[in-house]
Design a protein around this ligand. Structure first.
Ligand code: F0G
Length: 482
């Protein structure tokens, strides 16, 4: 039988290849990251992306229901019988007419890909279904990860529903309770380690090696194969036309790496004409990619300046700098997929951007005001878009798709802090102080007294300007023809 899928070192000077039946989290020759690569000529790939739409007619079949495996011809590394799916990827691209209008974009040009609708409430399920499929393929029984919360929630859910034991490492005081509660409820063995995410990831890699645990972090290349499908669904919603921009928050940089790979493959296969541009948004307090990219670090055909990366980390350690951001999901100083992210930025003619915690929370409140709940890390996309519009890197007339990576109920503390100011742990800069909580919607404390309650509600003075001064009608919604 001809080989379709294999693992391959991303370093072109090495380029070692490995069978998909091996469990690896790095190249055993040179230690670099691995990709899953395909001999496309040995497998049947639809001639047009439109062919995927027909799968939905057959959605009683679980693989055609899944928003990941509906596209299985584009990640053909496992036999159908091996696939672990729980119906992930039923997510939608919403045309954010009012929000777009509010931030000055042309009508109908802002789109939000809401990945909070996944079974565990974040985009991670797209990758977890693929990595669990590989774990089943290699006969693993125990699976582990380090996490800022969403990977662990997703791992715990897939482990409990597919007959694996889940083990998760989380940093102390670094996880939103919505996410922690999921890992506990789904029955994962949960270890709280003294340290941040970067420490946890180093540890879990060591422990996984020693105990033979299957590692589920995004150094696992199979995770990223599943995450490519987020881009397929965006294309599908736009009638298979690429938007001008994809905007995504950057943490461990797995997601943006997967997006770059998705588009590069689609172009190679002749399934798309144009690759959109990419904007990766870092939080200011966890901005390794942005700093290195701004300083000129590039993919450079795979010949990356390792010494420069090493010096950056040495300086970070020397100065005792630890990442800090209210967007705890992306509070990461040593993103493991840095090199793949550089490749994605190269393929997608990308940019990076950093935003303050203040900007993130304001953007989150704005997204909420227009009807979508997302967690702080996801709101970094809109905060980043606002900056990129201001600096005219993105134009008001361009079509932009922002990936809202996690559900608003993942981190209710951040939301309540923003609106009430109670118990806030958030860093405030003097400049931010002036406009702090621009959209704060404080609950009113009222006595249990009819007159007082009526007075507190006040007169009917609702003004549509309060929600952006723009009331959309059905006519505003573009009709997408499939
Ligand atoms: N948004 C959310 C909601 C996340 O949970 C994460 C990562 C990211 C964005 C960043 O994605 O790592 O692919 O660049 N969360 C990981 C976790 C690190 O452990 O849950 P990335």
């Amino acid at each position: 039988m001809k080989t379709v899928a294999y693992q391959k070192c991303i370093n072109p000077r090495c380029g070692a290849t490995f069978d998909v039946g091996q469990t690896l989290t790095g190249c055993s020759q040179c230690g670099d990251l691995l990709d899953i690569d395909y001999n496309w000529s040995n497998t049947a790939v639809p001639k047009s992306l439109r062919e995927f739409q027909n799968r939905w007619q057959n959605r009683r079949f679980p693989l055609d229901f899944s928003g990941v495996w509906r596209f299985r011809d584009l990640l053909p590394f496992a036999a159908d019988a091996m696939i672990c799916t729980i119906g992930e990827g039923q997510t939608f691209l919403q045309n954010a007419v009012c929000l777009g209008n509010h931030i000055g974009m042309w009508p109908g040009q802002l789109w939000l890909q809401y990945e909070g609708m996944n079974p565990s409430g974040s985009f991670k399920d797209n990758g977890m279904t693929a990595a669990f499929t590989h774990a089943r393929l290699v006969g693993a029984r125990r699976v582990a990860c380090a996490s800022t919360g969403n990977t662990s929630a997703s791992l715990a859910l897939y482990a409990s529903s597919n007959g694996f034991q889940g083990i998760v490492f989380i940093g102390s005081g670094k996880i939103a309770f919505g996410k922690l509660s999921q890992a506990l409820d789904y029955g994962a063995r949960t270890l709280q380690i003294d340290g941040d995410f970067d420490t946890c990831l180093m540890r879990v890699r060591e422990v996984a090696k020693q105990l033979g645990l299957y590692l589920m972090n995004s150094v696992n290349p199979f995770r990223l194969e599943g995450q490519k499908s987020i881009m397929y669904r965006i294309l599908e919603s736009l009638s298979w036309e690429s938007p001008d921009w994809i905007i995504v928050p950057g943490g461990n940089l797995g997601n943006c790496s997967a997006f770059g790979k998705a588009f590069s493959e689609l172009k190679t296969l002749g399934l798309i004409k144009r690759i959109p541009r990419l904007a990766v948004i870092n939080a200011e307090g966890a901005n390794t990619l942005h700093q290195l990219y701004t300083a000129g670090l590039r993919w450079n055909a795979g010949v990356i300046d390792d010494a420069r990366i090493g010096a950056y980390y040495a300086e970070m350690d020397g100065k005792g700098i630890h990442p800090y951001t209210v967007a705890s999901a992306i509070e990461i100083g040593r993103p493991v997929n840095l090199k793949k992210a550089l490749r994605a930025l190269d393929v997608m003619d990308g940019v990076t951007c950093e935003v303050t915690d203040h900007e993130i929370l304001e953007a989150k409140a704005l997204i909420g005001r227009f009807g979508l709940g997302c967690e702080p890390a996801s709101a970094a996309t809109i905060a980043g878009l606002q900056r990129l519009l201001k600096s005219q890197i993105i134009s008001r007339s361009e079509r932009v798709a922002c990936v809202l990576t996690g559900h608003g109920l993942k981190d209710p503390d951040a939301t309540v802090y923003y609106h009430t100011g109670i118990n806030t742990k958030l860093a405030r800069t003097p400049a931010a102080e002036e406009t702090w909580g621009l959209r704060a919607n404080k609950p009113l404390r009222v006595a249990d007294d009819l007159a007082a309650i009526v007075a507190a509600i006040g007169a009917d003075d609702f003004d549509s300007a309060a929600v952006g001064g723009y009331v959309p009608t059905a006519a505003d919604l573009p009709f997408v023809e499939y």
